[in-house]
Design a protein around this ligand. Structure first.
Ligand SMILES: [Zn+2]
Ligand SMILES: [Zn+2]
Length: 230
């Protein structure tokens, strides 16, 4: 599972790096991989500093995400066990927006943030989270912990690569309803379809589409200048 780790200062970052370097090779990739489950990782990080934020990234995408079709988790508790009380937020990813996440009542007390998922500089700022002043770490930490953020800037989730179901090799793209009707198999090659974000949301949702809770931060949807959704 991909996690965003936010630290209060560079001394803490050094401690985190020292800890992670015992679990895997930090230098191999911008997104290094470690052989530890997210419950133990979170508990270890909190021991370094309670001010570290651990946030599941692109929470609904099929791969490397907490609720994705291939993750096997249907709740934060299943994924994080005893560490669940330290998970204050999820990152909604490019293929989902707060409106979709509001359909899941279990997430009512979880802050929904948005980030770029930038694998390269040109992808910085694809989505963003705006905070109230003052822009100090303590304020950002408290804002994420309590859900008191100003607003998020979102892709239209339909633009996200994993919004619908499909099979990329066959250029097949289907709505959750169509996927169910044809038995979860690619109509061209017969291989299992990749189950997208909307499908997973509909599986876990306990509220109708269009539900708007009170007191949640605004979400602003923007169309990107250039198409860049991978
Ligand atoms: Zn990722
Ligand atoms: Zn296919």
């Amino acid at each position: 599972m991909h996690l965003i780790i936010i630290a209060p200062d560079f001394e803490t970052v050094e401690e985190i790096n020292l800890y992670l370097s015992k679990l895997g090779n930090l230098l191999i990739d911008g997104r290094p991989t470690f052989g530890i489950d997210c419950e133990n990782l979170t508990l270890d990080l909190i021991k370094i500093s309670e001010k570290i934020l651990i946030i599941p990234a692109h929470a609904w995408t099929p791969w490397y995400s907490v609720f994705g079709a291939f993750s096997g988790f249907d709740s934060l508790e299943e994924a994080f066990g005893e560490a669940t009380p330290y998970i204050y937020a999820i990152e909604t990813g490019l293929s989902s927006d707060p409106e979709m996440n509001w359909r899941i009542s279990k997430l009512d007390n979880i802050t929904l943030i948005s980030c770029s998922d930038a694998h390269s500089p040109s992808k910085l700022g694809r989505e963003a989270t705006a905070f109230f002043y003052p822009l100090t770490y303590d304020n950002i930490y408290q804002s994420i912990k309590t859900g008191n953020i100003a607003f998020t800037i979102e892709f239209y989730p339909e633009e996200g690569k994993y919004h619908y179901d499909g099979h990329r090799a066959c250029k097949v793209c289907l709505s959750p309803k169509e996927t169910k009707a044809i038995g979860y198999k690619c109509p061209k090659c017969g291989n299992p379809l990749t189950i997208g974000v909307l499908h997973r949301i509909e599986t876990l949702a306990d509220r109708e589409e269009g539900y708007i809770p009170s007191g949640k931060p605004l979400s602003i949807h923007l169309v990107p200048f250039c198409r860049n959704n991978s």
